[in-house]
Design a protein around this ligand. Sequence first.
Ligand SMILES: [Zn+2]
Length: 301
Amino acid sequence: MALTILSIIGIIFTTAGTLSASSISAGPIKIVTSFSILKDFVQKITEGNDAVQIDSIVPLESDPHTYQPTPKDSIALAQADIIFINGLDFEKSIEKMIMSAGFTGKVCRTSDGITPRTEPLDPHLWHDINNAKVYVINITKFLSEHDPTNRCLYKKNEKKFLEQLDLLDRWIRKQFERIPENQRLVVTTHDAFWYFGKAYNIQFLAPVGISTDTEASAQKVATLIDLIKSKNIKAIFVENLASPRLLQQIAEETGLTLQGILYADSLSTTTGPAATYEEMMRHNVTTILQAWEKAAKCQKQ
Ligand SMILES: [Zn+2]
């Protein structure tokens, strides 16, 4: 079903729950995801099916908020059999390109069915494992509708992955158990961890808002510095996609040292600490815990 004509012929966005079945033509199924976390989810569900080719438009360690698709991306989108996006304005430039690339198939908005935070509209739903499970269910349903021959394989992989996610959630809860809730405060680059914070009772503060395409205002930075001082926050991190400059300045103003890197909107390369969704979650949890425990130790001395 690869397409070469670059024209708008009527793109159809649909929820995973309202699809009508359609089949894929012979040859490898070309799957395109907007960013790396979705690629990891799709890889988990299609594991064992060698007849799929999965590509992510936004490369590893690149920022989906600000990514500008290239002509090569336009070709990849036009030739795709299936496209998975997050939605909720997370990858606006890619959505625009899907419209102009001549893709005539269906796009799965993997966040469909989850009630998002709306004030402000927050697309970072995957940081709550319960939401990640909905993504996985949506992806499986969509793939099964489009490639019914492999429905059983996808269902089996879905079951295995959902169980892994449940285990991961239990592990995270266990890790945070020993930290009193009033001490669960974290400063990071942008407002990407609200869902993570809600799931595990952690308050995240950031100088930059939901999208990294806006700059932090001087007022917001000053308020944050006051909060760090008044609440005695020690856990301050930079994110993998952001320049450390602003957080470095905030750390200097408050007498703190940056405590490591958190992964929010992109996985790391395969040699990094967050090459899969599960590794990203474990890395973020461990990095935050280490900073809290180090701070607690210092206070006792
Ligand atoms: Zn983000």
